[in-house]
Write a protein that binds this ligand. Structure first.
Ligand code: SAH
Length: 229
């Protein structure tokens, strides 16, 4: 990707500053901060934005999608309180940056991305970094991925109108779902724990802003509905 050794030093310094900034903003989990040191974010953004890769901002990925702000990823990772042995499902791979962060913190990550080009690019980056515990699939993730369920955690990284119920069924008892629920302007990040076979505990942990989830429970208006008006 055209990275010279000299650039790597510049990036390392910027990466340290970003980690310091995350720490100062309240991310205290050292394993989470360490994950940001292990995964070079500049390899997950389009080349034109490489110089901005270690600022705490979302950046365009093409196809109308964005890589989220590092502080949003840190919020998700910290909320999950991973111990290292988990199997996770991520919906909305996007750049694959969060997928890679997760891969450093748990046993296995399954991730689904709707846009095939983004899924292919994320897969190539993650393979190039040598991760062997990640499976990325192109498709609609709003119904989850039953084949590898139940999951210890499911992360939705696109904005929903409501919780797609198949996701709750694919959590193990004690597992948790992180999902932004709201409208297109902003959403509340919910942490829903499946505390028993039929019981859920739901708390709001932050206000966030994501691009729309498509499919079941999603915020994306279908073309047919738009054309009615
Ligand atoms: N964590 C990613 C976020 C990318 S933005 C990153 O920081 O790079 C959200 C992504 O969700 C987009 O790439 C979008 O295409 C994808 N998405 C939206 N609805 C989806 C669905 N139903 N299934 C799978 N992916 C979906």
């Amino acid at each position: 990707m055209g990275i010279e050794p000299r650039d790597l030093n510049v990036h390392q310094e910027r990466r340290r500053q970003l980690i310091e900034q995350l720490r100062a903003s309240g991310i205290r989990d050292l394993t989470v901060l360490h994950a940001f040191d292990r995964v070079p974010r500049h390899l997950f953004v389009p080349e034109a934005f490489e110089a901005r890769a270690y600022l705490d901002e979302a950046l365009p990925l093409g196809h109308g999608q964005t890589i989220s702000r590092p502080s949003t990823h840190a919020l998700y990772l910290q909320a999950l309180r991973l111990e290292g042995d988990e199997r996770l499902l991520e919906i909305g791979t996007g750049s694959g940056f969060q997928t890679a962060l997760l891969a450093t913190l748990c046993r296995q990550v399954f991730s689904i991305e709707r846009v095939p080009e983004l899924a292919a690019r994320a897969r190539a980056r993650i393979e190039a970094l040598g991760f062997t515990n990640v499976v990325i699939r192109a498709g609609d993730g709003s119904h989850g991925w039953r084949r590898y369920s139940p999951y210890d955690g499911i992360l939705v990284t696109a904005g929903a109108k409501e919780v797609p119920s198949p996701l709750l069924r694919q959590l193990r008892v004690g597992g948790q779902l992180l999902i932004p629920i709201g409208d297109r302007q902003s959403q509340e990040l919910h942490r829903i724990v499946r505390s028993g076979e039929e019981t859920m505990e739901d708390e709001v942990i932050a206000r966030v802003r994501f691009v729309a989830l498509h499919g079941l429970g999603g915020l994306e208006v279908q073309d047919e509905q738009v054309s009615k008006w």
